[in-house]
Design a protein around this ligand. Structure first.
Ligand SMILES: [Fe+2]
Ligand SMILES: [Fe+2]
Length: 432
């Protein structure tokens, strides 16, 4: 990782953007085409069907697909098909939704995956004929322009989580990644799971009313019992995200030929070692040529609040990660790992085997979208570069082969700026 001052980073081109997007799109979004004559604007109150839990996510390539889903009840609207059309013009096509159970309730998840879409394009969509008209944008086929997205974790449903949602949306990110502990439903509370969805759906709206897709990985608070449990103990999480995670708690999401997210399950519904570690090695090897490979997991390998060392025969925090995953991150030159669970802001030094090395792996975290703890101090813990007790989200910008990472607090203040190292062969020394 290269040192970078806030002043140098923001530079002339980003100056004067305070209060607006800090790292979002530098140029205005594509001018929307005229809405079809029968369209009802999203903001209007007169549409008869406005699902408060409407959520976009992905199950596969975000350059050509979009998954539209909401939680509702059968019969509340007559037509549950998703109608969609390019904003640049063209006829609406219809995709039926398949109602699937939302556990412990009479609710259903209505889901439609739209495929064969144009990359980097704006679309209108609506549910049946009675919903407002919404918008989404597919990811570009090539990273010729800047790719920018937000990440964080440990949200909950309180006022701070909402403030962070608002700040995140203000950056107009292409998508958001939440690395576990979404609403804190603990696999038991349908009310909390729905409250998280309602908040996200309401606030995570970008420029021109574009809905911001969510990519999530599992945390302990999605799971009744937290750790080493079957998928059935994370019923709400998998009801929403089993398209990406059909069998296990880990998956990859590949964005064209420029970005791969490697989403891991830090021992909640899949063991860290064994099948997941074997899969991780293969997944990283297969993506050696991707310029940007980011790992996302919940429990941190390098914690900022909890203790790294075990006590009284109990494992230290992240011990499984460090034993089974970190050597693979280093071997395959993963530049950045997004970690959560400790409810702080954290940036580690670039690390190889826990020690600072300029060609090492950067760990960013630790999940304080809406939950907070007082972190340990960098002067007390050698692997840490920066910590603070602030609600925050991370803003990532991929530019060519460069990667920039900002931490923003809930008021939009830039707390930290850094740039992560390159993946070129030989840049990271391999630990055998
Ligand atoms: Fe948490
Ligand atoms: Fe957690």
């Amino acid at each position: 990782m290269l040192p970078l001052t806030r002043r140098a980073f923001l530079g002339a081109s980003l100056a004067g953007l305070a209060g607006g997007p800090v790292l979002g799109a530098d140029k205005p979004a594509e001018k929307p085409a005229e809405k079809p004559a029968e369209a009802t604007p999203r903001a209007s109150d007169d549409a008869a069907f406005q699902p408060s839990t409407l959520l976009l996510t992905w199950q596969r390539d975000p350059t050509t697909t979009m998954t539209v889903q909401w939680v509702g009840v059968k019969g509340e609207t007559a037509d549950t098909k998703v109608y969609y059309a390019p904003a640049a013009g063209g006829p609406f096509e219809a995709e039926p939704t398949l109602p699937r159970p939302y556990p412990q309730t009479d609710f259903k998840v209505f889901r439609a995956e739209l495929t064969g879409l144009r990359p980097g394009a704006d679309y209108w969509f609506r549910i049946g004929k009675r919903s407002p008209l919404y918008r989404f944008r597919t990811m570009p086929a090539k990273a010729t322009d800047t790719i920018h997205f937000v990440s964080g974790g440990d949200c909950g449903v309180n006022v701070h989580a909402i403030a962070n949602n608002v700040q995140a949306a203000r950056q107009d990110p292409m998508f958001a990644v939440v690395g576990g502990d979404l609403g804190y439903d603990d696999g038991k509370s349908v009310e909390v799971s729905l409250a998280f969805l309602r908040n996200y759906s309401k606030h995570m709206v970008g420029r021109d009313g574009r809905l911001i897709p969510l990519v999530a990985c599992v945390g302990n608070h999605e799971v009744e019992g937290g750790y080493n449990k079957p998928r059935a103990k994370a019923p709400f999480f998998y009801a929403l995200f089993d398209g990406l995670y059909p069998e296990t708690g880990f998956a990859t999401l590949d964005f064209g030929d420029y970005l791969s997210l490697v989403l891991l399950d830090s021992g909640h519904t899949s063991a860290i070692d064994g099948a997941q570690a074997d899969w991780l090695g293969k997944a990283l090897k297969e993506r050696a040529e991707q310029p940007h490979v980011l790992v996302v997991n919940h429990v941190p390998a390098y914690p900022s609040f909890r203790k790294i060392a075990g006590k009284d025969g109990k494992a230290g925090t992240g011990e499984g990660n460090r034993k089974h995953w970190v050597p693979l991150f280093e071997k395959h030159r993963v530049p950045v790992v997004l970690e959560h669970h400790d409810h702080t802001f954290k940036r580690t030094k670039p690390l190889l085997d826990g020690r600072q090395d300029e060609n090492g792996v950067l760990y960013l975290g630790d999940g304080s979208w809406g939950r907070l703890r007082a972190p340990q101090k960098p002067e007390d813990l050698a692997y840490l570069a920066a910590t603070s007790r602030d609600y925050h989200l991370s803003l990532h910008r991929l530019q060519g082969e460069e990667r920039f990472h900002l931490a923003l607090d809930e008021n939009g203040r830039v707390m930290d700026v850094c740039r992560s190292g390159q993946r070129k062969g030989g840049m990271v020394r391999v630990r055998e």
